[in-house]
Design a protein around this ligand. Structure first.
Ligand code: GTR
Length: 348
């Protein structure tokens, strides 16, 4: 039998143990990450890589369990659950999260970047960093951007060589008002559908086509049912990795640093995998007989989509971002100067 003194010593000991564990942030935890792409896709591979870094750096206290292939649902739903704290991490396209975090829509705007290199410069520099820092009022914490190449329009009906060829085509778009507007402004009929329903949409002829990058076009088998791919490259909307505010605030400052750094490293890891998959996917589509329209004059597309810019300018925060991206375009020296300043700042 324990006497009162023994019991109180045991209680004190247990409480002390508990407090030590708390202060060291020592509770093991499994964080759930959602991604709609399949297991082989570079974003999923990047999340798995991030998980191994987090496990290693936290001495095994934290793990990331990756749910790929829409196991936790479509992007729109998983984002809502992430905002509510039911899912911890989410890799999504900026067009989707733009419906909740308006600044994200800027990155999905048509013809915003003149090349992938230009996009990477902007996202790797102070603007990208500021954008990642702007998620918090919306219930998310921005951790890293991932590449997603350029999105182009594909369909099963005819080769699209000009805007006139788009007239009357039902083109699936992501669940985003801005994407609906973009496709409508080109004269096609936009159909909002979750990613997982596009293949059935194509096989049942509910839609005539969609728009996406090479890897998404091929890894989903869309290319087997939509034999015309036109290099409109109308948007270079990147992917973004966010964490729920709830999960983030459960981490100690030290662990937050581990997560942030692991996410940044996974983004560089992903970039390598991405380039390779982009080339392989294009080749796979070509070998399967997909007709690629390369000689498309993008000027009329750009002009038709210009209204999206005037609408967006009405939000002062977005107008400011657009202005800065414009000055970046005009002055590459300024990009380098700001990047150097940012790098000095982060290496302090
Ligand atoms: C892909 C992106 C997905 C999803 C998809 C879509 O490129 O990686 O997250 O947004 O596009 O069109 O729904």
């Amino acid at each position: 039998m324990y006497c009162r003194a023994d019991l109180s010593r045991i209680v004190t000991f247990v409480v002390a143990l508990f407090l030590t564990a708390c202060s060291a942030g020592a509770f093991a935890r499994e964080f759930r990450a959602a991604d709609t792409q399949n297991e082989e896709y570079p974003t999923v591979q990047a999340l798995l890589y991030m998980g191994s870094l987090v496990a290693e750096r936290s001495g095994g206290r934290h793990q990331i369990k990756v749910f790929h292939s829409r196991q936790l649902g479509e992007e729109k739903e998983t984002l809502e659950q992430t905002r509510a704290g039911a899912i911890d991490l989410n890799r999504t396209n900026v067009a989707l999260i733009g419906t909740m975090v308006p600044a994200m829509n800027v990155l999905a705007m048509p013809f915003l970047f003149r090349s992938i290199e230009h996009m990477q410069k902007v996202l790797d520099g102070p603007i990208g960093n500021e954008i990642l820092g702007s998620f918090e009022p919306y219930g998310f914490v921005g951790l890293a951007f991932y590449d997603s190449g350029a999105r182009s329009i594909y369909n099963s009906v005819r080769p699209v060589t000009s805007m006139a060829d788009l007239r009357g085509l039902r083109v699936r778009v992501q669940q985003s008002e801005q994407m609906v507007e973009m496709i409508r402004s080109l004269g096609a009929d936009p159909v909002e559908l979750p990613y997982g329903q596009v293949l059935t949409g194509l096989t049942t002829k509910l839609i005539d086509g969609a728009e996406n990058n090479w890897p998404s076009f091929v890894t989903t088998d869309h290319y087997k049912f939509a034999g015309y791919y036109t290099l409109t490259e109308h948007t270079m909307s990147p992917e973004v990795l966010v964490m729920s505010q709830k999960a983030w605030s459960s981490l100690s400052g030290e662990d937050q640093k581990i997560f942030r750094e692991a996410a940044q490293r996974s983004s560089r890891f992903m970039r390598e995998k991405w380039r390779d998959l982009e080339l392989r996917s294009r080749k796979q589509a070509e070998d399967a007989g997909v007709k690629i329209v390369t000689d498309v004059d993008r000027k009329p597309f750009e002009a038709a989509m210009a209204g999206i810019y005037s609408n967006a300018q009405s939000d002062p925060a977005i107008a400011k971002l657009l202005q800065r991206r414009q000055s970046n375009l005009a002055n590459p020296l300024e990009v380098r100067r700001r990047k150097a300043r940012f790098e000095r700042h982060v290496s302090k």
